[in-house]
Write a protein that binds this ligand. Structure first.
Ligand code: ATP
Ligand code: MG
Length: 344
């Protein structure tokens, strides 16, 4: 069972649950199981209100159904039933690229939680050393450690930093050679090992990664800015996580003024609005607080305009799959605002 996220805990109808079900929730949160039903409920409610939002489940991720469906199907391949069914290999990894703040790290954390396997987060700096041969030995240690603890996930954020194919002239030849051989250790491992090690890489600069490495990833996804309906779901869910009833706010109007916002932009704007209300004697949050902070934000679509256009180009060339759900009612992307491609 996955660990419940803050959103799912807040949404639970605890009164309707049996004592056994309540204890199951407390167990997954590593909390003591003692007390009568009312005390168990109180403990879970307190936890739900005070915990930070750091654990994610699939349901917390809005607007990325193709990627979530892929993750659900792929996670099943690590079960004993999959081997009994006839699968001979474990999947080796997924590569996530996309617009900053649209859910790459969130998806990685949800996979770690939902698949119920250990996950190790590897910072690129851990794999880069100052001495000759460091990079190779760090990579060899990493893959050996992961294999020893399999089934195991390795999550490498900004992977292009360690595995990038920069050809910057003869000065960098030594560094390049070291990087290439660290990469070849990884390539070899991903090809040969079948102990159940799964890599989640995120990369913004996808073009810098070698074709051989890209080839090893069963899933390669591009996460775009949230569509209109995804923004609606993100705004509602974020209000609920902040213990507000979304139906009391004009979410439709916020969806209109948040065109080009990433999920993180939306989160920042909501927190900014709450900060203002909280500072004024913790008065209730009102629509005008939200309108004010949403209209002051500079959306990611403006800040990363060129980078986003380049990444979308790779999707259209078939190098990556779109992670975002298609809008059924409209279904197509259109050019607007002089070349910016957005959802209709
Ligand atoms: N699709 C989404 N559904 C719900 N919330 C989202 C979504 N995308 C982003 N968010 C919110 O924005 C926050 C930032 O997202 P996340 O850290 O996953 O972005 P990222 O793609 O890893 O960004 P970066 O490229 O900067 O590392 C999340 O913790 C969540 O609160
Ligand atoms: Mg991230």
């Amino acid at each position: 069972m996955s660990v419940p996220s803050k959103r799912s805990l807040l949404a639970m109808d605890l009164e309707q649950m049996t004592v056994a079900e309540l204890k199951e929730i407390l167990r997954s949160l590593n909390l003591p199981l003692v007390g009568n039903k009312a005390e168990l409920i109180e403990k879970i409610e307190y936890m739900a209100r005070t915990m930070p939002e750091s654990v994610f489940q699939y349901d917390d991720i809005k607007g990325l159904d193709p990627l979530i469906n892929w993750s659900k199907m792929t996670g099943r391949l690590f079960s004993p039933e999959a081997a009994a069914y006839g699968f001979t290999r474990f999947p080796a990894g997924v590569l996530l690229t996309g617009v900053p703040g649209c859910g790459k790290s969130m998806v990685a954390k949800a996979i770690a939680n939902e698949w119920g396997m250990g996950f190790r987060r590897v910072h690129p700096d851990e794999l880069v050393g100052s001495c000759v041969g460091d990079n190779e030995s760090f990579m060899r240690d990493l893959v050996n450690d992961l294999a020893a603890d399999a089934q195991m996930g390795g999550f490498i954020d900004e992977a292009e930093k360690i595995l990038g194919q920069t050809r910057a002239g003869s000065h960098y030849r030594a560094a390049e050679a070291a990087r290439d051989s660290a990469e070849s250790i990884l390539l070899q491992f991903m090809e040969d090992d079948n102990s159940g090690v799964f890599f989640i890489f995120t990369a913004n600069d996808y073009d810098k990664m070698s074709p051989a490495l890209l080839d090893r990833f069963h899933g390669r996804f591009f996460i775009d800015l949230p569509s209109r309906s995804a923004r609606k779901d993100i705004i509602s869910s974020m209000l609920e996580i902040r213990q507000r009833n979304a139906s009391e706010f004009d979410v439709g109007a916020l969806v209109e003024i948040s065109d080009g916002f990433s999920g993180r932009d939306i989160r920042t704007a909501i927190d900014e609005a709450m900060k203002v209300a909280f500072f004024e004697e913790a008065r209730p949050l009102v629509d005008s607080d939200l309108f004010e902070s949403f209209s002051q934000a500079v959306p990611t679509s403006e800040i990363h305009k060129e980078q986003i256009a380049e990444m979308r180009e790779m999707v259209s060339q078939g190098k990556m799959r779109r992670a975002n759900s298609q809008e059924l009612e409209s279904g197509v992307l259109v050019a607007k605002d002089g070349g910016y491609v957005g959802w209709v």
